[in-house]
Design a binder for this molecule. Structure first.
Ligand SMILES: Nc1nc2c(ncn2[C@@H]2O[C@H](COP(=O)(O)OP(=O)(O)OP(=O)(O)O)[C@@H](O)[C@H]2O)c(=O)[nH]1
Ligand SMILES: [Mg+2]
Length: 506
């Protein structure tokens, strides 16, 4: 049918128009105050819905439409009409929206110390932010993610108990660790940072490096007490749902820290296990088998990255041989389980070479020299180096790792996430339908009850009126009777008088 007020189409059974809130058949209600109060509530709900602001979620249009719907539901549920009963549903809506808006795909970069994990992250980020060094460097789980506005660094610290566990887990032969701790005056810093509240700092592009290094690098005493660092980047080169996680080496002298990394392997959506291209020997293989063991039987999410490819004597030839060997080792049941997945998920990179070419204009003498000698391996002479920077970057294979991230990892996890979100949406829909059905039922009862009351009142009134009419009738009958009696009496008196007169006259 067509709404009487706004002329929009609404279902035939509607009491109220959901476009404007107008009541469609006011006359059929006995108690106009009740209907009017409903009308006011519904008008306020309708106008609050028109004020819902929605920011498009780009990663999937179906999810975007779900969010829009649930945002509207949330506004409805927040209306004072529902306020006292809707808080748990509002929380569910919030959780659903949060999950849809910021799906996160965590890619953990793990491996042995100095494999080149941080350098690879820097290649993928398009800028050198993760601190790198020839000596053990990354000491803290560091997350890099997209942020909307200003870059930031958020740092969390160990509690007293966690610190005790960490200290007790230092391996007995980790003399170097203890010496470094003493020389950096670790104990003096400890007082400042253990149990410290989170430190959150907003930063310009230029100040990011120093701040990240301050908290993550083993050169600074503060790093001992840092539990986790999160870096928000305005210019995040990857799709916005990707989170890169740089980790301390799995062979870290502090067992507690390598345990944090190990646990993270299970939680991460994908794992980049970094191993130097030239060295899949016993210890590296043991590390890889441990990584697979930590993936809850989901080996497909592990990508074995043969790093520092350019360091091989003859990169192209040597890698071919290496890869054949690696596929053989890693096709077993304790790793990929078959050679096809192993073949697909083992990739080489030369991230440092990529970064040197990318930053060519800003290189110092030593770096330029390193780049030239690497280029010579590919028969590119120093005089023509500049012309071949693009080609060298392509050879570094960082591009194909990026493609793996966006095609293999992201699209697969998007499918998985999408079906998960659809299930969530169905169950939330069921909850909402149940809630609104209950509300509808109880309101229908109120309307019926108010109609019933007025009918009762009306019946009583009718009865009272009938009684009154009856009394009136009795009264008028009585008056009539009295009148008749009076007339009759008067007539009789008159006749008596007349008879007496006749008697007297006779
Ligand atoms: N030639 C060459 N050197 C590389 C490459 N990647 C990393 N390196 C060097 O290897 C050393 C270690 O690199 P990092 O990125 O700090 O290694 P990491 O695995 O993060 O090390 P930790 O955090 O200490 O475990 C540095 O000196 C890098 O310059 C590469 O692709 N080619
Ligand atoms: Mg590192």
């Amino acid at each position: 049918m067509i709404c009487k007020s706004c002329k929009q189409t609404i279902p035939d059974y509607s009491y109220f128009c959901f476009h404007c809130g107008c009541c469609q058949n006011k006359d059929s209600f006995n108690v106009t105050e009740v209907v009017e109060s409903y009308e006011t509530d519904i008008r306020s709900m309708v106008s609050s819905l028109s004020a819902v602001s929605h920011k498009t979620v780009r990663w999937n249009s179906t999810v975007d439409s779900y969010i829009k719907k649930i945002e509207m539901m949330k506004v409805l549920l927040s209306n004072e009409v529902f306020a006292s009963t809707s808080s748990s549903l509002i929380k569910k809506c919030d959780a659903f929206i949060g999950r849809c808006k910021s799906p996160e795909f965590h890619i953990a970069f793990v491996g042995t110390i100095k494999a080149g994990k941080s350098t690879l992250i820097n290649a993928l980020l398009g800028q050198n932010l993760a601190s790198t060094s020839v000596t053990p460097e990354t000491a803290v789980l560091t997350k890099f993610r997209h942020c909307e506005y200003t870059n930031y660094v958020r740092v969390s610290f160990y509690s007293q108990d966690e610190w005790k566990m960490l200290w007790d887990s230092i391996s007995s032969n980790a003399d170097v660790f203890k010496q470094e701790y003493a020389s950096l005056h670790g104990d003096a810093e400890k007082q400042k940072w253990i149990d410290h509240t989170e430190v959150y700092t907003e930063l310009s592009d230029d100040d990011l490096n120093e701040e990240i290094e301050r908290w993550t690098s083993s050169k600074h005493a503060e790093h001992y007490f840092v539990k986790e660092v999160e870096v928000g980047l305005r210019n995040f080169k990857m799709p916005e749902q990707i989170v890169f996680v740089d980790t301390p080496g799995l062979d870290d002298a502090v067992k507690y820290r390598s345990d944090v990394t190990r646990n993270y392997i299970d939680r991460a959506n994908a794992v980049f296990a970094c191993v130097k291209s030239d060295s899949l020997t016993g210890p590296e293989l043991t590390t890889l088998i441990r990584i697979f063991a930590n993936t809850s039987y989901n080996p497909e999410k592990v990508f074995v990255i043969g790093t520092q490819w350019d360091s091989l004597n003859s990169p192209e030839k040597d890698w071919k041989k290496q890869k054949t060997e690696w596929v053989k080792y890693l096709s077993g049941q304790d790793c990929y389980g078959n050679s096809k997945t192993a073949e697909r998920n083992i990739v080489y990179t030369a991230a440092y070479l990529n970064n040197l070419c990318r930053d060519y204009l800003f290189l110092d003498e030593d770096q330029k020299y390193t780049l030239m000698s690497t280029a010579m391996k590919f028969k590119i002479m120093p005089q023509v180096l500049e012309e071949h920077l693009e080609k060298l970057m392509q050879m570094s294979n960082v591009d194909s790792v990026e493609v793996k991230i966006s095609q293999d990892i992201l699209s697969k996890y998007q499918d998985y996430l999408l079906s998960d979100i659809e299930q969530n949406m169905n169950s939330l829909n069921e909850d909402l339908n149940k809630y609104f059905a209950e509300i509808k039922e109880s309101n229908q009862k109120i309307l019926e009850a108010s109609n019933q009351n007025i009918e009762e009142i009306r019946a009583q009134y009718d009865e009272a009126k009938r009684n009154l009419d009856q009394i009136d009738k009795y009264k008028s009958d009585l008056v009539n009777v009295m009148k008749l009696v009076k007339e009759d009496t008067e007539r009789r008196v008159q006749s008596l008088v007349d008879q007496l007169k006749d008697l007297v006259n006779d």
